[in-house]
Design a binder for this molecule. Sequence first.
Ligand code: AMP
Length: 425
Amino acid sequence: MRLLVIGSGGREHALCWALRRENPSATIYCAPGNPGTAEVATNIPIPADDIDRIADAADMHGIDLTIIGPEVPLAMGLADRLRAEGRLVVGPNAGAARIEASKAFSKELMEAAGIPTASSRTFTELEPALAWVAQHAEPLVVKASGLAAGKGAIVCATRAEASAAVTSMLGDNAFGDAGSVVVIESFLKGEEVSVLAITNGRDVALLPAAQDHKRIGEGDTGPNTGGMGAYAPVSIATPTLLERTKREVIAPCLAELARRGTPFSGVLYAGLMVDEAGNPSVVEFNCRLGDPETQVVLPLVRGGLTRAFEAIGRGDGPPPLDIGDEFAVTTVLASEGYPDKPRKGQQVSLPASAPEGAMIFHAGTTRDAEGVLRVSGGRVFAVTGVGRTFAEAQARSRAAAELVEFEGKVLRRDIGWREAARLGS
Ligand code: AMP
């Protein structure tokens, strides 16, 4: 079997690691990959958004199945291109990737399909948007509609903050094209849970539910980031909640996309807000595996991931995954200045091997000409601990995170604090 993973972050290292664990003798490529994926796969130095060259590489290497990690190549039509050339792909075509690439589209689709979500309005002009903010209840949320690397949603405590956010997007072009359409929505109270469904557009296999920590600071404070850590499973994601999510969120979303002639095949990610009564509303859909959720959920899959990917690649329903009863926590190691201006270039020192029950996934690292490992991105590593209890997983993640050294290392030591409080640990 010849597999190709597209992307270069912690998610892709975790994907390559999980595929290698299931397929010790498979040929696995990663484009462009990173120094971590190089340990379990063969890197191909082609950027994830260079569709022509990726299509050529898939041809040259006789790839059986391509798994596309990031949203940008999906939105650009990489899956369309590979499918048009007769290849099996995990990832939606561009039409279905709009569920993530356009929040305005996603909100409109949810409304049409009767999927619970925050009430919202979409604007392209500054004045009407400001007028809408002026009479909106507080708090409220202002979102750049387009792709903004997870940083385009601004939760505003006051109308004044929301006006400033709207002005930065529609007036000052601070988010470029991504902010030329703005969604203003009401604030949802509750706790967030990410549900990831491997799907052929009709049948689904769920990965363990995860909870991400988007804010930079401990106690969930400070600006939103791409994600500072995550844990899985989440105890509030009960079997009842997951059944409801399948029935009330995932199935109607897939049905509506199919009805519109853009069926979804790949991993549909539903970011939910669960209120005190246990009712889910959708905060966002993503059209791919989450980062850092992938780094926390894949180590919990004991088998069946490759089989599920192959099945949906062919258009078949995915067989259920073999998920054990362990727990996982991942701690992101960022570089000082993240998310705005992360410091880069520092030398990294890693332990000779990851301690028991821990995986050190590379996210923003590179090797210089001398082979020295250096920081090359805002999120540098995701360090996952797996254990028989949540507390053991958390302790393993934290302990391994301390063993990775580089100047300006920033991490949260409270990943999973809500679960820890619930469990009294
Ligand atoms: P998004 O890019 O839409 O996923 O938003 C990023 C983050 O902003 C989410 O993970 C939430 O923490 C927060 N957020 C977005 N929309 C809402 C909302 N309507 N109510 C409360 N929090 C929100």
